[in-house]
Design a protein around this ligand. Structure first.
Ligand code: 4NP
Length: 160
C-alpha cells in the first residue's frame, strides 16, 4: 500500500461513447469496493473534435438505465497525461497505435494497454465503436466495460 492514488486514464477515439462509459463503470466498481480514495480515474480521446461536449446522448441513455452517470466532458489526450497517469487504457487496437505514437518515451509507452486484455476470458480484444450503429452496440459497450472493469480492479487492487 502506498499513499499515492493509482491513476487510470481510459481512452477511445472521440471520448464521447466508450471511454466515458469505461470511466463511469470503473468509478462504480471502485466505489463498491470502498476504494474511491485510492484511485484517480479520468478519460480522454484521440480526437479533439468533440472537446467540451458531454458524452453522446445515446450512450448516456443506455448507461443511465444501468445506473451509471456519464458526467465527463470530452477532452483530447495531452502529452502531460503520459506522465500523470499510471495506466493508459485504450478501447481498440487503433487507439493503442495512436497512443504509442504519441507517447514521449518508453516509460510512457509501457503504461499503455488494451482494456480487454484485463479480461482474457471474454476472448475479445476490442470494445467496438458504437457511434455509427444501433442500440445493441451501446449495450455491448456497457457489457464489456462491466466485465473488464471488474478484472481491471482485481488486477490493480494489490497496488492500493
Ligand atoms: P468513441 O466513439 O470513440 O467511443 O467516443 C466515437 C465518437 C465519435 C467519433 C468516432 C467514434 N467521431 O468520429 O466523431
Amino acid at each position: 500500500m502506498t499513499d499515492k492514488p493509482v491513476k487510470v486514464l481510459f481512452v477511445c477515439l472521440g471520448n464521447i461513447c466508450r471511454s466515458p462509459s469505461a470511466e463511469a463503470v470503473f468509478i462504480e466498481k471502485v466505489k463498491a469496493a470502498g476504494l474511491s480514495d485510492r484511485f484517480e480515474i479520468d478519460s480522454a480521446g484521440i480526437l479533439s473534435v468533440h472537446a467540451g461536449e458531454p458524452a453522446d446522448a445515446r450512450m448516456r441513455k443506455h448507461a443511465t438505465a444501468r445506473g451509471y452517470k456519464l458526467e465527463s466532458r470530452s477532452r483530447p489526450v495531452t502529452p502531460r497525461d503520459f506522465f500523470d497517469f499510471d495506466y493508459i487504457i485504450g478501447m481498440d487496437h487503433a487507439n493503442i497505435r495512436d497512443l504509442l505514437d504519441r507517447a514521449p518515451d518508453k516509460q510512457s509507452q509501457a503504461k499503455i494497454s488494451l482494456f480487454l486484455s484485463f479480461a482474457p476470458h471474454l476472448d475479445r480484444e476490442e470494445v467496438p465503436d458504437p457511434y455509427y450503429g444501433g442500440a445493441a452496440g451501446f449495450e455491448e459497450v456497457l457489457d464489456l466495460c462491466e466485465e473488464a472493469s471488474e478484472k481491471l480492479l482485481a488486477a490493480l487492487q494489490h497496488e492500493c
